[in-house]
Design a protein around this ligand. Structure first.
Ligand code: NOJ
Length: 526
């Protein structure tokens, strides 16, 4: 790999949930023109790529993760011209666009599924996973949907069941059908030809299921879905040659990137999907799922690096559209100190950082109080044990005006009540804000190849309170010390003269004082 700057390895990827980022036409839902209008903001923060959650036509049962046409833009987000403008304007700012491809399943409103349901001899019937009932009328096997209930839905007209890992409105495609495979691979070409730089693949390791549809073995668990070992409904070996085909397509275009969302895979399995003839990267959930403890973060990083070593460059994330936001998980009230430490960690450890929109502001999840307020069907199904994913999908907080500058109309989800103080405008003006802190770290990172592509060596001194490590690149060495605790600590600097990259102050052979939740980034002077 090149020693020069490589956007997907050395840069920062920013995830936008388009419904909630910026609403330019004031219908309460974010759109592409809204994103275009905020590209200057993203350029100013210093991000290198945008991952857009799905923007394809969708009936929105799962808010875009149920696609009704893979080669068009949903009118609520704009037009193909808007998308082309987004690509062009982003490119102008050296920002790459990554699309979210949901190829495991379609919407039940996709014309292929509508055809597929018409008769068992329809040419599209075999594009989905239809099976006859058991002799007693039961579903073909014991597979469950992760969104609740059996994974099989009966169609009384066809007298067959179809399979859906997610909602019944999201039927799974039959990837063993060569026509499906051909059509899907063409989707990659279609968008690459439009100038996108890469893709995030939704639950890619679920594409193939056991061809014999065997029952999953049982295990202990609370929900029916968790009471099974998922050995037959995900992670089948056929995925590996398919990834090779996908990568061959990507490699026909310059500097492209594909990152996969692994579904129910551990770190080792996740790493196995990455490599020169597979995915560039996959998401390691273990890092994001850590409790607030430096040793835990370090352990999951070390495991990630070891599993990947030699195969692929790591990536790291702490938040996305499916989980409680970083600041809501780790901070107390509106105190941002832990969110700052988390951001500094994400931006300085080895691996491409993924920032979820609003994470740079320390945005918190909105509270979900009533079942009738819930938009995410998973929240309705599992209420009150799980309130769904609306919390982390609320409108971006741009300013202190009504609806936080996101829209002039009431948005599809409420804005967090903290928006009056917590917003881009206020934080830009406040030198102590988390936004300015994140921008500073990104600026430091941009100036230092060691923080981008350097190696990573942990330094274990006080593992209950400190995460300390060096990043080395050629002769350059950078030391990062993160205080995860509310205590004032000291840290014996290694030999040499160290310059703080925050204020250029020089320190030599000293006992470094570290304030509660303080972040030090120092460079060895040659
Ligand atoms: C994973 C996506 O991240 C999630 O939002 C979605 O509901 C499921 N896949 C189904 O597509």
């Amino acid at each position: 790999m090149t020693d020069e700057f490589l956007w997907w390895r050395d840069g920062i990827i920013y995830q936008i949930y388009p419904r909630s980022f910026m609403d330019a036409n004031d219908d309460g839902i974010g759109d592409l023109k809204g994103i275009i209008s905020r590209l200057d903001y993203l350029e100013d923060i210093g991000i290198d790529a945008i991952w857009l959650s799905p923007i394809f036509p969708s009936p929105d049962v799962d808010f875009g993760y149920d696609v009704a046409n893979y080669k068009d833009i949903d009118p609520k987000f704009g037009t193909m011209e808007d998308f082309e403008q987004l690509i062009a304007e982003a490119k102008h700012r050296k920002i790459h666009i990554i699309l979210d491809l949901v190829l495991n399943h379609t919407s039940d409103q996709h014309p292929w599924f509508i055809e597929s349901k018409k008769s068992t001899d329809n040419p599209y019937h075999d594009w989905y996973l239809w099976q006859d009932p058991k002799p007693n009328g039961d579903p073909p096997n014991n597979w469950q949907s992760i969104f609740g209930g059996p994974a099989w839905e009966y169609d009384p007209d066809l007298r067959q069941y179809y399979y859906h890992m997610f909602y019944k409105e999201q039927p799974d495609l039959n990837w063993r059908n060569p026509d499906v495979r051909h059509e899907m691979l063409d989707v990659f070409h279609f968008w690459l030809d439009k100038g996108v730089a890469g893709f995030r693949l939704d639950v890619f390791n679920a594409y193939f299921k056991d061809p014999e549809f065997r029952d999953n073995p049982s295990k202990f668990g609370i929900r029916a879905f968790d009471r099974q070992e998922h050995i037959y409904d995900v992670s089948q070996p056929e995925m590996m040659p398919l990834l090779k085909n996908i990568r061959e397509i990507l490699d026909q275009y310059d500097q492209t990137y594909v990152v996969g969302e692994t579904f129910m895979a551990d770190t080792e399995q996740t790493a196995n999907y990455c490599g020169d003839d597979k995915l560039h990267a996959a998401f390691n959930f273990k890092f994001a799922e850590n409790r607030w403890h430096p040793k835990r973060f370090l352990n999951s990083l070390t495991e990630w690096y070891q599993s990947l070593s030699g195969y692929a460059w790591p990536n790291n994330f702490l938040s996305n559209h499916d989980m409680t936001r970083t600041a809501s998980r780790y901070c107390f009230g509106e105190d941002d100190r832990r969110a700052k430490v988390a951001a500094a960690m994400l931006l300085t450890v080895k691996g491409t950082p993924f920032i979820y929109y609003g994470e740079e502001l320390g945005m918190r999840d909105i509270p979900i109080r009533k079942r009738s307020d819930v938009k995410d069907p998973v929240g309705k199904t599992y209420w009150p044990n799980f309130k769904g994913r609306d919390g982390c999908r609320a409108p971006m907080q741009w300013n202190d005006k009504e609806y936080s500058g996101f829209s002039e109309t009431e948005p599809w989800l409420p804005v967090h009540s903290n928006f009056v103080e917590r917003n881009v405008k206020t934080q830009t003006a406040d030198p102590e804000s988390i936004l300015n802190f994140v921008k500073t770290i990104i600026r430091i990172r941009k100036n230092e190849p060691a923080l981008q592509r350097g190696d990573f060596t942990p330094i274990i001194t006080d593992p209950r309170h400190l995460l300390a490590f060096t990043r080395g690149f050629g002769t350059e060495k950078i030391l990062v010390v993160l205080n995860f605790s509310s205590r004032e600590l000291t840290y014996q600097l290694p030999d040499g003269t160290w310059v703080s990259l925050f204020d250029n102050q020089t320190t030599e052979n000293e006992l470094l004082k570290i304030n509660p939740y303080q972040v030090h980034i120092l460079k060895l002077k040659d």
